[in-house]
Write a protein that binds this ligand. Structure first.
Ligand code: V4E
Length: 265
């Protein structure tokens, strides 16, 4: 990946995060989003009300243990553009359902995850989640992680053997999904972002997204998403599958069925 591509693809996050107070918030944000099926009409409206922020391509590689210990707990670890990202549920699934009851209306159509991008924090969180399964208890320092994530071998087959992957391998994490996406991004003046994605395995999906700091106003984020969906003419009360869900359905049907039965998807 060239430096120019990296800069270009980072514009969205940089614009958003310049409004945040600290590096810590930058690396631990909350992502609220709603998927939708885009059509010619929604694209026309988007072009009229949004600012086109660019089209770019990226590769995602998702990791889990061979027993899917992470995804079965609603944790999603990936490398995108060579950088590690971990999406974590805001509350353990069962506890959240117990305390909040079944979500309804627009609320039900939105997902909320904490996104961690700092590698030592990712490592700590994974150790916490995987607990006894972790073989290597050594905590990485920011410096050692920086060296690892700058390693040239990113994205090549067999990379589980590269230094970049040593901590993931020590945690018994393997790549289970790999695909490329072409993304067009639009921004609205209230800070909402809309992505139109085309994955290379033949699936297209749109997402309306709001990023906020931890402890931010969740209801305001949900309201923004709801207003944007209405503006785009996005109707219906059925959830729309994300790219990885469809990938799992096609490539790991038994695991997909299990995630559905446990209400993780
Ligand atoms: C499957 C999944 C996650 C991994 C993929 O996250 P997703 O938001 O689909 O990624 P992407 O590339 O479309 O968006 P970006 O990260 O660039 O904003 S994270 C959470 N899940 C579970 C999940 C779910 N239960 N329901 C829906 C509609 N989507 C995802």
């Amino acid at each position: 990946m060239s430096f120019e591509v990296y800069i270009f693809t980072s514009i969205y996050r940089e614009i958003y995060f310049t409004t945040l107070a600290s590096e810590r918030e930058r690396e631990m944000s909350i992502e609220v989003e709603r998927k939708f099926v885009g059509d010619a009409n929604s694209l026309k409206i988007l072009e009229a009300i949004g600012v086109f922020a660019g089209q770019y391509q990226f590769q995602d590689r998702y990791f889990d243990t061979p027993q899917f210990d992470l995804t079965l707990r609603d944790f999603w670890l990936r490398q995108r553009k060579g950088c590690w990202e971990l999406k974590c549920p805001l509350a353990p699934v069962k506890e959240a359902r117990k305390s909040q009851g079944e979500p309804s209306g627009a609320d039900k159509l939105c997902t909320r995850y904490q996104e961690i991008t700092n590698v030592p924090d990712i490592h700590l969180k994974l150790k916490e989640v995987l607990k006894r399964l972790v073989k290597n208890e050594k905590t990485l320092t920011t410096e050692s992680c920086q060296t690892l994530i700058n390693h040239d071998g990113l994205g090549i087959p067999g990379m589980n053997n590269t230094p970049d992957m040593f901590w993931a391998s020590a945690m018994n994490l393997v790549c289970f999904a790999e695909f490329t996406t072409i993304r067009r991004t639009f921004t609205l003046d209230d800070g909402v972002h809309i992505d139109l994605d085309e994955a290379d395995f033949g699936y297209s999906v749109g997402e309306i997204e709001v990023l906020m700091p931890e402890g931010g106003d969740m209801q305001a984020a949900l309201d923004k998403i709801e207003r944007t969906a209405k503006k785009l003419g996005v109707t219906g009360d059925q959830g729309v599958d994300g790219k990885l869900s469809v990938y799992l359905q096609r490539n790991y049907p038994a695991h997909h069925a299990r995630l559905l039965s446990q209400h993780i998807l």
